[in-house]
Design a protein around this ligand. Sequence first.
Ligand SMILES: [Zn+2]
Length: 155
Amino acid sequence: MLGEAAVAEKPPRVEKKAHAPKRYPCPRCGTPGRRLFKRTRRVRHLGHRREVWWEVTVGVYKARCDCGPKHFTSTVRGVQVGAEYTNAVREKVVDLLVRDHLSNYKVIEHLEEDFLFRVSIGFIYDALEWAGKKGFVRRVPRLVPGAPKRGAVHR
Ligand SMILES: [Zn+2]
């Protein structure tokens, strides 16, 4: 079927992205922390019928403030802390749901056919919640668990 023939026509591509300066501001208060070490991981990105990865290198920093955890990490543009997929993938998911009105399962199918990876339902909810926070989507659908802080659900 569609999948088999389309897979692996092109070799996977890996793009390197790094942002790990020696000092980096605490994400809460801005006090610079000093880098302890660097960490590299792969994050899936969109590529038409092609496996595309970002090899992301970030720094892990020791906080010199008391406002939060003792350590924090830097981020590269376009990837959230600890994310498995780039923001471009999240935006794609949101577009398919909100603009194209696809169902969750159609979104999963579409991504699999066009970009050769399979996201979870949980990721779809995350993407919507993320988009809601960024204001891409005015009203995050109520089905998103934990998302609507404003219109709190009464039990
Ligand atoms: Zn701080």
